[in-house]
Write a protein that binds this ligand. Structure first.
Ligand SMILES: [Zn+2]
Ligand SMILES: [Zn+2]
Length: 372
């Protein structure tokens, strides 16, 4: 079938809107009519070849939509089901067996290679292959081919479904990072570095966990204000000077947990230095370069029992955590919709610019416009 898609053709260049051919789903695959797809920083670093997926490619990895057709052997979903698309995993390695599929042994090959396991791609333009299967979905398009393992059935009406895609990556990374990876107990204290979609989702996760002190460090005033309205107890503007001193003025012993979303080495070091004894630092921010390194004082690390935890996708197991977040949203406890602004898919470049300017926190692209 044919579908309109946003194509990444060159690093650092605009996406182009083109018509692609999509194969009918093979065994184990699911064809999804995409009604909304979030725009994530990872899409841009893939376009720019920090993740070296061959171009041209259909990126997009925060899709949500309606199952259109299923391939042979698929039993988890059927046509008409409302689904959120998450990342891909193998289902039979040690970490998958532990319900930690984001640390799957085959995660890079399954999510970044741009092809199926047999080397084929389900997408083409005028007979020329186009990279697909980005995070098992490539959902910057009217339709996407996903795998049975990475579609999650959700109970959501059409309006909610349109904005649910970010639960499959950025939102679960922030919320799950706090709720699952760090597992902050009630009454604990946390500092969250960065008030983008991941950091603000972490703020909501910290409120759900019952954290007593929730400090957000973020330079943009509107985002600090949003964090306070979502339940942060304190905000720090790094433009005001020494962030570590500002955190110690709130909590002289430091924080039990720190959650770093920017990936910048200096911010990671500040986050580590803000920890209380036996504090735990969670890292989700993509570093500026593949060879970025940290300078850590080992004696201090050991003396204070500081712990550092690299986190992928908030330790989400998809099938358990995404429905849990939808249920929390329905209960009014997880208002992630306040982060979202929608754009038609053909305005993807305008959406990227708006997100870069800080005009919106999380852009969600609508391939079919307002229609479900
Ligand atoms: Zn696996
Ligand atoms: Zn993402």
């Amino acid at each position: 079938m044919k579908a309109i898609a946003a194509i990444a053709r060159e690093p650092h260049a605009d996406f182009t809107i083109e018509t692609i051919d999509i194969e009918t789903p093979r065994a184990g695959e699911v064809l999804v009519r995409i009604v909304g797809v979030g725009l994530c920083h990872t899409d841009l670093i893939a376009r720019d070849q920090f993740i070296p997926i061959p171009l041209p490619a259909v990126l997009g990895h925060e899709g949500a939509g309606i199952v259109e057709a299923v391939g042979a052997g698929v039993t988890k979903v059927r046509p008409g089901d409302h689904v959120v698309l998450g990342f891909s995993s193998c289902g039979n390695c040690a970490r998958c067996d532990e319900h930690l599929p984001s640390y799957c042994r085959d995660f890079p090959r399954l999510n970044y290679a741009g092809v199926r396991s047999d080397g084929s791609t389900g997408l083409s333009i005028d007979g020329t292959p186009v990279s697909s299967a980005f995070f098992g979905q490539s959902s910057f398009a009217e339709y996407a081919l996903a795998g049975e393992r990475n579609v999650v059935r959700v109970d959501a009406d059409d309006d909610l479904l349109k904005i649910l895609g970010p639960l499959g990556c950025g939102v679960q990374t922030g919320a799950g990072g706090v709720m699952r990876s760090l597992a902050c107990p009630a009454g604990s204290t946390i500092a969250i570095f960065g008030g983008g979609p991941v950091g603000l989702s972490a703020v909501m996760g910290a409120v759900i966990q019952g954290c007593a002190t929730i400090i957000l460090v973020e330079p943009v005033t509107a985002r600090r204000d949003l964090a306070l309205s979502l339940g942060a107890t304190h905000v720090v503007d790094p433009g005001d000077g020494d962030v570590g001193a500002a955190i110690r003025s709130i909590l002289p012993d430091g924080v039990d947990f720190a959650f770093e979303t920017s990936g910048r080495e200096a911010v990671v070091e500040t986050a580590l230095a803000s920890l209380a004894s036996h504090g735990l630092l969670g890292l989700v921010g993509v570093p500026p370069r593949p060879d970025s390194t940290l300078s850590i004082n080992l004696a201090a690390l050991i003396t204070y029992g500081h712990r550092i935890h690299g986190i992928i996708e908030g330790d989400s197991d998809l099938d358990g955590f995404i429905p849990e977040l939808v249920a929390l949203h329905r209960a009014g406890r997880f208002p992630f919709d306040r982060l979202v602004r929608t754009f038609p898919l053909d305005q993807i470049n305008e959406a990227i610019a708006a997100q870069a300017r800080g005009d919106c926190v999380k852009a969600v692209l609508l391939p079919h416009g307002e229609a479900a």
